[in-house]
Unconditional design. Structure first.
Length: 326
């Protein structure tokens, strides 16, 4: 994840608060998986089972997020026939590498980028838990796997410690792990850009569009933040020292799209999560809606209308990336 430039002590407090959002998301996903919203046999190795119950609208929101991102991801893998790379920005304790390995859908290489402290935690879990380390070793070929406290590099999977505000260092680290600018590239950011100033996130989007010949960027984060409900969300995070410094780009679906089109991307689409939810397979939606009784449908709708999926493409290789949608 990433942050803004400010006084050193303030920046440390802010960065720590942003890192805390990783734990919140991981616990919510772990709870939803335990109830049966979707299958993830790997998350238990990263996240303890939450002691407290999560509200059904939270779990449904995470279900829509996971399934929406997954549909776009699978469409990208199909268009590129797996001849691609994936860069997960602010990956946290995400388990997507293991899911793709289990389904025999790994790209040429899968990269994860996050703060050093989060990368170190993830690497510690991988090293100490065979169900995580074995799939990495199975997919590895060639020389010995490179691993230290804050980074790891195998032939198909890399974890990189980096600050998304420091693009030269980010690019250098990715290239050391054999990132290939010629390969079609999928970049994923979930609740990441909103913690960066508009200047920093614009530079990141510009870097991505200018680095890769063919690319797709999937961005999941807040939207419609100018209304009262959005203000309450902002205030709740501010009370935890977590300022949404990129909220200016999250005013509307149009401002979400515009930031990509202004920074070198050829197409950009955006949907709020209520619309994404309506696009998911009806039979599976019916299944998950039977898992828990939802008392306040209005609250679910309010929450879903304040998060969105935005996806952008550039396609110098004519792979048909602009046709990808939900």
């Amino acid at each position: 994840m990433a942050t803004t430039s400010r006084e050193p002590r303030d920046s440390d407090v802010y960065d720590e608060a942003v890192r805390g959002t990783c734990d919140d998301a991981s616990l919510c996903k772990r709870y939803a998986v335990s109830i049966g919203y979707w299958k993830d046999p790997y998350i238990e190795y990263f996240v303890r089972q939450p002691k407290e119950r999560k509200a059904p609208e939270i779990s449904r929101g995470y279900y829509a997020r996971v399934q929406g991102v997954n549909q776009l991801l699978m469409a990208f893998l199909k268009k590129t026939e797996g001849n691609c790379q994936i860069i997960n920005l602010g990956a946290g304790m995400d388990t997507l590498f293991w899911k793709l390995k289990g389904e025999n859908l790994l790209p040429k290489k899968y990269f994860e980028v996050d703060f050093p402290s989060i990368a170190a935690r993830k690497i510690h879990n991988i090293k100490s838990k065979p169900p995580l380390s074995k799939p990495i070793m199975e997919s590895h070929s060639g020389e010995s796997l490179l691993i230290d406290a804050h980074s790891m590099d195998s032939s198909r999977y890399a974890i990189i410690s980096a600050d998304l505000r420091e693009l030269p260092k980010l690019e250098e680290s990715l290239k050391k792990c054999n990132m290939d600018p010629q390969l079609p590239t999928l970049l994923i950011a979930e609740c990441v850009l909103i913690y960066m100033t508009p200047e920093h996130s614009s530079r990141l989007l510009q870097w991505a569009s200018s680095t890769f010949l063919a690319a797709m960027f999937i961005n999941y984060e807040q939207v419609n933040m100018a209304d009262r409900f959005g203000q309450i969300m902002i205030e709740n995070l501010q009370s935890r020292q977590c300022n949404l410094v990129g909220v200016e780009d999250c005013r509307t679906l149009e401002t979400q799209r515009a930031r990509f089109l202004a920074n070198g991307w050829e197409t950009a689409s955006a949907m709020d999560m209520m619309k994404v939810y309506s696009c998911l397979p009806p039979a599976d939606v019916k299944r998950i809606e039977a898992l828990e009784f939802l008392d306040e449908k209005e609250l679910l709708e309010q929450l879903m209308q304040h998060y969105c999926l935005c996806w952008a493409t550039k396609d110098a290789c004519s792979l048909g990336l602009a046709d990808i949608g939900l």
